[in-house]
Design a protein. Structure first.
Lengths: 261, 278
């Protein structure tokens, strides 16, 4: 299951045993609540009091925190610097040489960072606790287009192999004397002998893959079955319905609070 | 099982046919090998016998191909899945990429055919056993060796229980160990009564495993017979094929007077041992 394009972390947690659509509804609720609530602190509340406790329950808290920080920190630093220092007008609260920090800019940066944190946290929670193939099968069973779910899954697994193939071509061309280091011009010139075999080889691969899928009844019409059984329950169905209502309530609350303020 | 009558096929935009006037009968359960130089029409014959010609490739067709009661020339490809299996040279391209373990990969075709889960499970276990993949059932298909991946590709088709399995140079990218694994798998398959058509360059393996060989040249069948008769034929090099090393050694030994000239030329190791025995 280890895969550069899949973050799934198998753990013996009850969160991992939930139906994939239940987890999708949880994450949907986190996203909607995080983005709908007005003011800068709503997304932080969702991240701190919903996403992090769920990650701890799923035994993936260190993975989530580490990945979320890696993605969100560079964004946060840049947005605080740019918005804080270059906000047009506003109230200065500190001076850094010729520049001044504006309170409105910092508030906007805090709001943007919170939203990014909530979005990243929600997606990481889903990726770390739900096997991508079970999620796709669940969506498939609910009528999602088979071609779409196939593309998502195949990308997760095939993309790293595509990357490996590109590296092999790169090594082969270097062995033939192709210079890939140096200035921009040299790098651009080196692209053609790398891209052409990669693209042509991939086109041939795609034809074979399409034929192989056809030989295994991929485009056959009619009822499909599944080897994987996705345990579901009345309680989970009720929870999904409640979360959907919760999402609608969060949107309504967000609109009401914005109007009230 | 297979009845081909006056079959001629030309790819779209091609100026000459890739297969010409093919007449061929293959009884059920036979292991037929197809040999010939590059461009002789082996792959096209494989695609024709598995229904990809003309449905997938389009082009111009004359004649008929019947597999069982179906005329493949008039049957949509989707209706043939599960009845005819096709395996290619590159094992990597035959892994769906949509399943995370070997067992789930085997289930892919059955799921598309709508086979109930309770019927799926014993079928998968049986094929895992037949192909020697039991120990690898929970591994990622991408974590297997080339030979193991090709066995998985064959197993993925076998599990659909086709009446006919067509293989287009399945060992061309495999080392000797992988090649042996594939031929052992095909032996196991023929014991189940499945008809096998194999396009292959490795003549020494075909000599041991096939029931019959057809030799293609320029899109036509130029030789059809028992492996020994086809592979020991002195005209083989004129079709761009080298005889097996056993045949070559035996011819040299006869030329140099080391062995009497009246002995039948060997094409396999066992025959060579008898040939060179005093």
């Amino acid at each position: 299951m280890a895969n550069a394009f899949s973050l799934y972390a198998p753990r013996p947690s009850s969160l991992h045993r939930l139906h994939p659509l239940t987890m999708l509804a949880v994450v949907g609720f986190c996203l909607v609540a995080g983005l709908a609530l007005p003011g800068p602190w709503g997304p932080y509340l969702v991240f701190l009091f919903v996403i992090l406790p769920l990650a701890a329950w799923g035994q993936v808290l260190p993975n989530l925190l580490s990945s979320a920080l890696k993605i969100a920190l560079p964004f946060a630093i840049s947005v605080f610097l740019i918005q804080g220092l270059f906000w047009t007008g506003g109230t200065p609260i500190a001076h850094l040489g010729p520049l001044s920090l504006k309170s409105e800019g910092l508030l906007f940066a805090a709001q943007s960072t919170g939203r990014i944190l909530a979005v990243i946290g929600a997606f990481l929670l889903l990726s770390l606790t739900v096997r991508p193939d079970t999620l796709m099968i669940a969506l498939d069973q609910r009528g999602a287009p088979k071609a779409l779910t196939y593309i998502v899954l195949a990308t997760i697994q095939i993309a790293p192999r595509f990357q490996a193939k590109a590296n092999t071509i790169l090594d082969a061309q270097r062995a033939r004397g192709l210079e890939t280091e140096g200035g921009v011009g040299r790098r651009v010139r080196a692209l053609l002998p790398l891209v052409v075999p990669l693209v042509l080889g991939s086109i041939i691969d795609i034809e074979e893959r399409a034929m192989s899928l056809e030989a295994r009844a991929f485009s056959r019409e009619g009822k499909k079955t599944s080897l994987l059984v996705l345990p579901d329950s009345a309680a989970q169905k009720a929870a999904r319905a409640a979360l959907l209502i919760g999402m609608a309530a969060a949107v309504a609350a967000g609109i009401w609070l914005r109007r009230a303020s | 099982m297979i009845a081909v009558r006056g079959f001629t096929y030309t790819y779209p935009a091609a100026t000459a046919p890739s297969l010409q006037d093919i007449d061929l009968d293959v009884p059920a359960g036979q292991f037929l090998a197809v040999i010939g130089a590059n461009g002789a029409g082996k792959s096209t014959l494989c695609y024709s016998l598995s229904g990809f010609v003309p449905d997938f490739y389009k082009g111009t067709v004359v004649g008929t191909i019947h597999v069982g009661e179906r005329n493949l020339v008039q049957t949509p490809l989707a209706d043939l899945a599960g009845e005819i299996g096709l395996v290619f040279a590159n094992p990597f391209n035959q892994i769906t990429g949509a399943r995370f373990t070997v067992r789930e990969e085997l289930a892919f075709g059955l799921e598309n055919l709508g086979i109930p889960r309770e019927e799926m499970l014993p079928r998968i276990e049986e094929v895992l056993r037949l192909t020697g993949l039991e120990e690898l059932a929970e591994r990622s298909p991408y974590a297997l060796s080339g030979g193991q991946q090709q066995r998985l590709a064959i197993a993925s088709v076998m599990v659909m229980q086709p009446k006919l399995l067509v293989l287009d140079e399945p060992t061309s990218q495999l080392d000797p160990v992988g090649t042996r694994e594939v031929f052992e798998t095909l032996d196991a398959l023929t014991k189940t009564g499945t008809t096998v058509v194999l396009a292959e360059h490795k003549l020494e393996w075909i000599a041991v495993h096939a029931d019959r060989i057809i030799l293609l040249d320029g899109g036509r069948i130029v030789h059809d017979g028992h492996p020994h008769d086809v592979l020991a034929d002195p005209s083989l090099p004129t079709y761009g094929l080298a005889p097996t090393r056993y045949t070559q050694a035996a011819r040299l030994a006869v030329t140099q007077g080391c062995v009497p000239a009246d002995r039948p030329l060997p094409v396999t190791l066992d025959e060579a041992v008898k040939f060179f025995s005093p």
